[in-house]
Design a protein around this ligand. Structure first.
Ligand code: KG4
Ligand code: ZN
Length: 333
């Protein structure tokens, strides 16, 4: 019955979770609102807020799980990829806690953990499955052969899908992070109101920078003609942009799934919270006779439950890290 404490601090969420024998008992997420004023995450501010939040987040996670700190068997933490200063806070906390309590450390890759969030709860995919991981920094089609045997078969060559959402919202004058707002306005709009181009990239790779530029020019030209264009058409703009991002994502995913003969398809990462994408995947799977796996909302965006569950599976394998371990801003799967 291993008790795993999970720590996540790769970007702007400070999170702690307790997992007992593969069951998540708590998942405390402290969001950082300080970045809203800057239109994006300010790394130096993020690490300072992580420092303030990390101890209370862990205390709350233990309290919610009704677990005593002396009962913990191992500390799992995000090693990377992410913002170096932010990672450093979580890694240092995990190392100090493990040292004080004489516990083993388990280093976790954040992108693998997003995928392993599918092993929380009952509806779990079986190997091999395909996972579309879409976050603020990554867009990847991953062939998942086993818990820690994952192969990236397609990825973005420039911007990530979440970045496309966030940059669009910035062009529209909406606050950061824009993805959830695009989602909200898109629900009230007509997704066929405006047509944006689909990039023609070979294979399973993605590109979102051309789309971003076309949205920028589209808004600039229309605002020149009508200064109130954004205000008058916000839901239609958001719905049309969201539809294009979703079709770009799902067309490649369908191509990859057919080519690999995979019938179980999962979504992971912050953008998997998007309503249009969740519905789109379900439609795609129904059409092809595939099974879809969409994570619970609280496990879509950054959270420590996914770190704790990944830590649990690594604990079972007996793979531990030493006290010399350091964070990695870039960390391949
Ligand atoms: O995985 P995540 O929490 O952090 C990273 O590791 O990047 O993903 C954050 C991204 C942001 O770009 C945010 O705008 C996007 O996920 N996002 C959404 C939604 N919720 C979060 N995008 C579209 N619709 C949403 N509902
Ligand atoms: Zn993430």
């Amino acid at each position: 019955m291993p008790v795993i404490l999970g720590i996540e601090s790769s970007c702007d969420e400070t999170s702690a979770s307790v997992c007992v024998d593969g069951v998540i008992l708590s998942n405390v997420i402290a969001n950082q609102t300080i970045h809203e004023a800057y239109g994006g995450v300010v790394p130096e501010l993020a690490s300072r807020v992580h420092q303030q939040n990390i101890v209370p987040a862990v205390q709350q996670a233990l309290l919610n799980a009704k677990v005593n700190k002396n009962d913990i068997d191992a500390v799992a933490f995000t090693r990377g990829p992410g913002l170096l200063g932010s990672l450093l806070v979580g890694v240092s906390f995990a190392k100090a806690f493990a040292l004080a309590k004489k516990l083993p450390l388990i280093d976790i890759n954040h992108m693998q953990a997003h995928i392993l969030a599918h092993f929380i709860g009952d509806h779990q995919p079986s190997f091999p499955f395909l996972c579309l991981t879409v976050s603020g920094g990554h867009t990847q089609i991953v062939l998942v052969n086993d818990y820690f045997d994952m192969q990236v078969i397609g990825q973005t060559i420039d911007d990530a899908a979440g970045e496309a959402m966030d940059k669009t919202s910035k062009i529209l004058g909406l606050p950061y992070p824009g993805g959830p707002l695009i989602d909200k306005y898109a629900r009230q709009g007509n997704a066929d109101a405006y047509k944006f181009p689909e990039p023609q990239i070979p294979g399973y790779d993605y590109s979102f920078s051309g789309l971003k530029t076309s949205i920028l020019y589209f808004i600039r030209d229309n605002v020149a003609k009508n200064p109130d264009f954004i205000n008058q058409n916000l839901p239609d703009i958001c719905a049309s942009v969201e539809k294009r991002i979703v079709t770009i994502l799902l067309n490649k995913l369908q191509k990859a799934a057919r080519a690999h003969g995979i019938k179980q398809i999962a979504l992971a990462g912050g953008v998997s919270a998007n309503t249009g994408l969740r519905f789109g995947l379900q439609e795609l799977c129904a059409k092809n006779g595939w099974e879809s796996f969409v994570p619970k909302m609280e496990y879509c965006t950054d959270n420590a439950a996914m770190i704790a569950i990944a830590g649990y599976y690594k604990y079972l394998k007996g793979e531990f890290a030493g006290q010399q371990i350091a964070p990695l801003a870039r960390m391949p799967m």
